[in-house]
Ligand binder design. Structure first.
Ligand code: VG1
Ligand code: CO
Length: 544
């Protein structure tokens, strides 16, 4: 074991989902080392002072620097006397599979190497996230301590050496046992416990056509194993299934902008019945029908409505549901009709963890293409795809019909999110400061044919452990029931990214185009904020 001196590096504060920075920043001397040593210092503290006998899982989404980072983490884990480190073969482990493996193998936690849907490569993004023993992203109480530790660090400990991460089996680094395992096993077994695989197999054999796009990310091998090997879908049903270090030079972000190839396929005359995609690390999902897009808020609501009938694991019914604050309120209406609670949390999956652990919710989701349940403590892209397949198999309806039936019963939340990426942080902060200054006086202001009823900053108190989080997004409510939310991204790596979320509810008028429905509201809010002058942007970079 070698002790190497180091000094604090500024800015190692985890955001919405771990520490995300430019890859070159992570490659700087001691950058990754400092963060990992700080993380393990906090984990050791929570383990009563020693990591001996403790088990840690390590894996990532396969992006550039994944393999090198794994070797560094191994050396530091061994230097800190971790009992055993499980490494996914080839370093490839989706975020939900990480959560599954931590839980299934009783690990103390896991280190996820991913910048999710952000591009990969030496000039793109990298990220590191610590997940705790429940399988979920560490809560802020832990990430705050990790951050504090990075500001005080003076040394890190390593055992030098390396391990062949492509070869299954067990070896030693110092006193640490290193086990390279097949990442598909635990995850596929869990999916088979939740869903009726024989029924899905029959459904796919009956002429139903699907196309799953892994976007050159981590889900490729998992999707091939589940959809092709276990469910018998024909070979062409899974595309872009080899994890690439740069995701083929694209954004592995499953939305209408970045999954354009799949969207075009589903809009063609020879479209399959169902299309789906996941992001780089496999926690997000996009659901498409023929010429039909399922907005994530609707997807959450439909799954909450139909999972108890369509999916064996949820036959006993749901304890409750939860959604992040900016996510559309469609799920609230389903919860009300089921007579179960609906919780509203800040953005980021870490806020669902305590509710899931306490058994208060069964299904939860975010507008950012994230859906999941109590089976793991991360959002789970392939789980959502299997949930939709189960719903289609159970109802015998098309995606489009499932949506229409849902809206007929509950009404429709028209929804869109505008992203302004890489704007000046100064300009964005000034705009927020101004808006905050006048929140109290906005009531009564006319806006897009209605009036502002009230406006505030969202604060959250966790109903299980009392933890609080303030300033989680500025909300503007209209008298006609519409909502607008503004917040700054906590996952970006350049300048600031402004997100604006628009929601407009109709009970009966359910067949309009979402874009057309939202446009006047969006235009009015941009004018209210003087957005073009302040940020120098005429239009958002991405609309989802
Ligand atoms: C974004 C999304 C948020 C999601 C987070 C991590 O955060 O808005 O809903 O939980 O990404 O997703 P932000 O702070 O940039 O808005 V992933 O797939 O990057 O783990
Ligand atoms: Co992701």
């Amino acid at each position: 074991m070698r002790v190497i001196s180091t000094a604090p590096i500024a800015g190692q504060k985890p955001g919405t989902s771990g520490l995300r920075k430019k890859t070159r920043t992570f490659m700087e001397q001691r950058y990754l080392e400092n963060f990992i040593q700080s993380t393990l210092d906090v984990v050791r503290e929570d383990c009563g002072g020693s990591l001996a006998g403790k088990r840690l899982v390590v894996g990532g989404d396969g992006r550039y620097f994944n393999r090198e980072a794994i070797q560094t983490i191994l050396q530091i884990a061994a230097g800190n006397g971790v009992g055993r480190v499980w490494i996914a073969q080839g370093g490839i482990l989706s975020t939900p599979a990480m959560s599954c493996v931590i839980r299934a193998r009783g690990a103390v936690g896991g280190i996820v190497l991913s910048a999710s849907h952000n591009p990969g490569g030496i000039d793109a993004d990298f990220g590191v996230k610590y997940n705790a023993s429940n399988g979920g992203p560490a809560p802020e109480e832990i990430t705050d301590r990790i951050y504090r530790r990075t500001t005080e660090i003076t040394e890190y400990r390593v055992v030098e050496g390396s391990v062949n991460i492509d070869q299954l089996g067990s070896s030693k680094l110092g006193d640490t046992e290193v086990v390279v395992f097949d990442p598909l096993d635990d995850y596929a077994a869990l999916m088979q416990q939740i869903f009726d695989f024989p029924k899905l197999r029959k459904f796919l054999a009956g002429g139903f056509r699907m196309c799953f796009d892994a976007m050159n990310g981590v889900t490729g091998p998992f999707a091939k194993h589940i959809f092709l090997d276990l469910l018998g879908a024909p070979a062409g049903s899974v595309i872009r299934a080899t994890p690439l270090e740069d995701f083929g030079g694209e954004h592995p972000d499953p939305n209408l902008t970045y999954a354009a190839e799949l969207v075009a396929k589903l809009a063609s005359d020879d479209a399959p019945d169902f299309g789906a995609a996941c992001d780089g690390d496999g926690d997000r999902n996009l659901i498409l029908g023929r010429k039909c897009f399922v907005s994530p808020g609707d997807s959450l609501a439909v799954i909450a409505e139909l999972a108890p009938a369509a999916i064996p694991a949820y036959h006993p019914g749901l304890a409750g549901v939860a959604r992040s604050m900016p996510t559309s309120m469609a799920a609230d209406r389903v919860a009300a009709s089921l007579g179960i609670p609906c919780f509203e949390t800040p953005t980021g999956w870490k806020f669902f963890g305590s509710l899931l652990d306490a058994g208060k919710i069964t299904i939860c989701g975010e507008e950012s293409f994230g859906t999941g349940s109590n089976h793991v403590r991360e959002k789970d892209g392939l789980w959502a795809v299997l949930a939709w397949l189960s719903i289609l198999a159970h109802t015998g309806k098309s995606v489009d019909q499932v949506l229409r039936d849902h809206w007929t019963k509950f009404g429709r939340s028209y929804y869109q999110r505008y992203d302004y990426e890489g704007v000046s942080a100064e300009g964005a902060n000034a705009m927020f400061a101004d808006l905050r200054g006048k929140l109290g006086s906005l009531a009564g202001t006319p806006l897009a044919g209605s009036k502002i009823s009230h406006a505030d900053d969202f604060s959250y108190t966790d109903p299980v452990n009392g933890a609080t989080a303030a300033n989680q997004g500025t909300r503007i409510f209209l008298e006609n029931g519409s909502r607008v939310i503004l917040r700054l991204s906590g996952t970006g790596t350049e300048g600031a990214t402004l997100r604006m979320y628009f929601e407009s509810y109709s009970k009966d008028d359910i067949a309009q185009d979402a874009e057309a429905k939202i446009r006047p509201l969006a235009a009015a809010v941009c004018a209210l904020l003087d957005l073009e002058a302040r940020l120098g942007r005429k239009a958002p970079d991405v609309i989802t």
